[in-house]
Design a protein around this ligand. Structure first.
Ligand SMILES: Nc1ncnc2c1ncn2[C@@H]1O[C@H](COP(=O)(O)OP(=O)(O)OP(=O)(O)O)[C@@H](O)[C@H]1O
Ligand SMILES: [Mg+2]
Length: 504
């Protein structure tokens, strides 16, 4: 149904796509795989008409097309679920879907439309109430809305750019069920993900992109995880690291009976207790939405507690602000990168020193020392292999994974005593994810303590010294990663507390 040939797309100083060719068949799930900055998102933006290619052709059912906008491609049945949803929070689910349709139907037709949308929701057994305002919904539910919008527009080709990065594993499985059903109806899907397990589970074919070129396309049966990884990584080496098994007994952080309420007056943290030792990697397991974000925000001075205390090396830092928690040596890798992790219009260099610009190192008298700032950036760009484009590029032009790397490099550059990391490897390719693991493990060797909030149990089991399990804002118990199975932790995540405190 779709044929892309020899596409090239450059930005000032960057060749984002050099030569990309691949095709999509009717009723197939076609995965695009490639390192951070390989050109996946750019390619999808070219395909949907957001960018115009410098060269190359796009054919739909044999006929060459030149889309000039996403509206244009949508009218030809190609729709994309973007990483950052385009929804109006105060409006209901129904109203948001209506807004996406060509011309809002008149008042008398609303019931008819509502019934149509409800039929779709029922058909795919989605857990979605049409009258709920969008701000009340989880990210997973918001993604259903984006998908329904495209289905209501009768899209034949659906593009999903890292849809599972923001989903819990359970939500991701639900999404895959829906994608398989869509495929059975003859729809085609382009899927992007860095999670090999998912790629293996869902793909009919996989096209590998490397540095803006399509390297190869493999059909199911021709690929396994190792083959895909080696094609994607090429000669690059995956960083290696080892965990230090010795740990001091010194306690650097104590959370005592802490409660936090959200805007709706519900308890996000409910009499929560935790201790963190020097050099410890403390994994926090739990289904997303059980208080992990509140925990990170209250520790980093972004939210206030209604009850309880936080002690950092004996000093009470409860309800202090972000600057004070930074001075207390607490660094933060946030969940919502674009909203609170970066200043999108400022350059990579500036973003990298955003927390330390008051330091003598980046100043001469009252002026910024541009050369020192540049040197620092060069160092970090090399160390974290950040694909950053020419000097002075605003950070928002970087690929998703490279923005993540900028934040991690900045947060670790001040040698924090405590790192609070929410999903730090989300959206990173295999090599980059391993590098971040290495940085956290090496940091632990140097005495840095980490609170690692992650979804992936394999990641938690591999890195953590202890795993604390959260459920509904409470600490369910601790698990020892050396003697606990994935299944046992899974049970605790659903609120069961059989071996509570076994590794405390
Ligand atoms: N509007 C833009 N202006 C300048 N450079 C851009 C722009 N959009 C993308 N790029 C550059 O193009 C390259 C490819 O980026 P792209 O976002 O397509 O990567 P990706 O494969 O989606 O990576 P990721 O897995 O990290 O999301 C990157 O080097 C990026 O910095
Ligand atoms: Mg991308």
């Amino acid at each position: 149904m779709l044929q892309i040939e020899n596409i090239r797309k450059t930005f000032p100083g960057v060749v984002a796509l050099d030569a990309v060719s691949f095709s999509v068949k009717e009723g197939e799930i076609h995965t695009l795989l490639g390192e951070n900055g390989a050109g996946k998102s750019t390619l999808m933006n070219v395909l949907t008409g957001l960018y115009h290619p410098d060269r190359g052709s796009i054919r739909l059912a044999g006929e060459e097309v030149h889309f000039t906008s996403p509206r244009d491609s949508l009218s030809r049945g190609i729709g994309m679920v973007h990483q950052h949803f385009m929804l109006v929070p105060a409006h209901s689910v129904f109203e948001n879907i209506l807004l996406a349709l060509d011309g809002v139907p008149n008042f008398f037709k609303r019931r008819e439309w509502k019934a149509k949308i409800q039929a779709l929701i029922d058909e795919f057994q989605l857990d979605l109430d049409l009258d709920t305002p969008v701000w009340k919904l989880s990210i997973g539910a918001q993604q259903w809305i984006e998908l329904i919008k495209l289905l209501m527009r009768d899209c034949r080709l659906l593009i999903l750019d890292e849809p599972t990065a923001v989903l819990t594993p359970q939500e991701a499985n639900r999404l895959f069920d829906v994608l398989r059903r869509l495929k059975e109806q003859g729809k085609s899907i382009i899927f992007i993900s860095h999670k090999m397990r998912e790629v293996m589970a869902i793909s009919d074919r996989v096209t590998i992109l490397k540095k803006g070129r399509s390297i190869d396309t493999l059909a199911r049966g021709e690929f396994d995880e190792a083959r895909l990884a080696s094609l994607m990584i090429g000669h690059d080496r995956i960083p290696e690291w080892q965990k230090n098994l010795q740990m001091s007994d010194e306690i650097v952080l104590t959370i005592d009976n802490l409660s936090v309420r959200n805007d709706r007056g519900l308890a996000d943290l409910d009499k929560f207790n935790l201790t963190l030792k020097k050099g410890e990697i403390l994994g926090i397991a739990g289904v997303a939405g059980n208080g992990q974000k509140a925990l990170a925000e209250v520790l980093t001075g972004l939210r206030n507690a209604t009850q309880g205390r936080i002690l950092a090396r004996g000093e009470d830092i409860t309800n202090s602000n972000a600057r004070r928690s930074y001075i207390a040596g607490i660094a933060h890798i946030p969940e919502d990168l674009k909203a609170i992790g970066i200043a999108p219009d400022m350059s990579v260099d500036e973003n990298l020193i955003m927390k330390s610009f008051k330091n003598g190192a980046f100043r001469t008298w009252i002026f910024q020392d541009k050369r020192a700032i540049r040197r620092n950036a060069e160092e970090k760009i090399e160390q974290f292999a950040i694909k950053s484009g020419p000097d002075g590029t605003p950070v928002r032009y970087l690929s998703g994974g490279n923005i993540q790397k900028v934040i991690i490099a900045r947060e670790l550059s001040e040698e924090p005593s405590v790192l609070v990391a929410l999903y730090p490897t989300r959206g990173l390719d295999i090599g980059s994810a391993e590098y971040v693991h290495k940085v956290i493990a090496d940091g632990a060797d140097q005495g840095m303590s980490t609170i690692l909030i992650a979804e992936d149990l394999d990641e938690l089991l591999k890195l953590s010294d202890r795993i604390a399990v959260m459920f509904r804002g409470r600490l369910i118990g601790y698990a020892d990663p050396r003697s606990t199975t994935r299944e046992e932790i899974g049970l605790m995540m659903s609120g069961e507390n059989r071996n509570a405190g076994s590794a405390a």
